[in-house]
Design a protein around this ligand. Structure first.
Ligand code: MN
Length: 329
């Protein structure tokens, strides 16, 4: 008897924190045959992981084992994050016509982003291969009873188009290969659901992100109600320069935005590096990425069928610089 879902945001290798959070939520641990912990809930609650298990953090391999064990045992679902998609792309040869060698090119920037993951798997190549095969099976969007989950953006139009053409919610290897070709449906779809929407900065301007990367675009909300200015749609830790924020959205920009109206069932997303006290962003939308790997909070929403989300249903584990009573050393 399933009695609700605990939806958990981006883990990025914070495996000790993940175990603490699962315990806080009442999950009980036993050992699986392979010696990795398997968490399950005595009342049959299940977890929905919002993707981005890998990259950046200290215990990526351990995080993957904990998450996959739960999924394999039927105790959790996990949707694909942009970092799992990137790992697939990084290890998949691109079609010739794309002009690329790999679906995700091995540029210095991309190399740096995946380095931590490859490092931690350096002595376990067959395990890494196994997890890559597993990433390929992850749903890219998920609709369960009463709510939806996706890593970055629920774009109903693209999702409908996907379901009509491909039937289901997973992508196969050839879809990933096609996504290397600019302008294909596969490219637009993967980018939209795992990375969300963005707009270019006007006049070729660039801003330096908190993560040290320079970008010519900014992330936007897909749930803004009747936005008028760039400031109304920006959604990222780095604010827009003031003179840009006040600019009015053009017709093209408005058309490019995706909307998620208040009448729709609740949707949960990760991806956006929020900070501060977790709370719903709208009655029917919550982001559960509170920057755990940057000493933020590994965050969960305890969902029990409600149509209006509530601030008191968040739970989290604060990540500190002090070593946690670790399961994994
Ligand atoms: Mn992330």
């Amino acid at each position: 008897m399933n009695s609700g879902y605990d939806i958990i945001g981006d883990i990025h290798g914070c495996a000790n924190t993940l175990c603490l959070l699962l315990e806080r939520l009442g999950y009980e641990e036993r050992m699986s045959a392979e010696g990795w912990p398997l968490f399950s809930h005595p009342q049959g609650r299940k977890v929905v992981f919002l993707g981005d298990i890998v990259d950046r953090g200290p215990r990526i391999r351990e995080s993957l084992h904990v998450v996959k064990n739960m999924v394999d045992a039927g105790c959790a679902h996990c949707v694909m994050g942009n970092h799992e998609y990137d790992a697939l792309g990084y290890t998949t040869k691109a079609p010739k016509i794309s002009g690329k060698t790999w679906v995700r090119e091995h540029t210095p920037r991309n190399n740096r982003l995946i380095a931590e993951t490859l490092n931690q798997f350096a002595s376990y190549p067959e395990e890494w291969r196994m997890f890559l095969d597993w990433f390929q099976t992850l749903p890219v969007f998920l609709e369960l009873s009463g709510f939806r989950a996706v890593h970055a953006c629920w774009d109903q139009q693209l999702i409908d188009e996907f379901v009509t053409t491909y039937d289901g919610n997973t992508v196969d290897a050839s879809f990933v290969r096609d996504s290397a070709i600019t302008g294909t449906f596969a490219a637009r779809f993967m980018d939209r659901v795992t990375r969300g929407t963005d707009l270019s900065l006007p006049d070729g301007r660039k801003i330096l992100g908190r993560d040290g990367l320079e970008r010519g675009f900014f992330r936007t909300k897909f749930w803004a109600d009747s936005p008028e200015t760039l400031e109304d749609v920006v959604f990222q830790p780095d604010p827009l320069p003031e003179d840009i924020g006040v600019q009015t959205l053009t017709r093209e920009q408005k058309l490019a935005l995706v909307s998620y109206s208040s009448e729709q069932i609740p949707v949960f997303i990760g991806h956006y590096w929020l900070d501060g006290e977790p709370r719903p962003l709208k009655d029917n939308l919550a982001c559960l990425d509170y920057s755990a790997v940057k000493y933020g909070r590994l965050t969960c929403y305890r969902y029990d069928g409600e149509t209006v989300l509530s601030a008191d249903k968040f739970a989290w584990e604060q990540v500190t610089q002090d070593p946690v009573p670790g399961r994994f050393d």
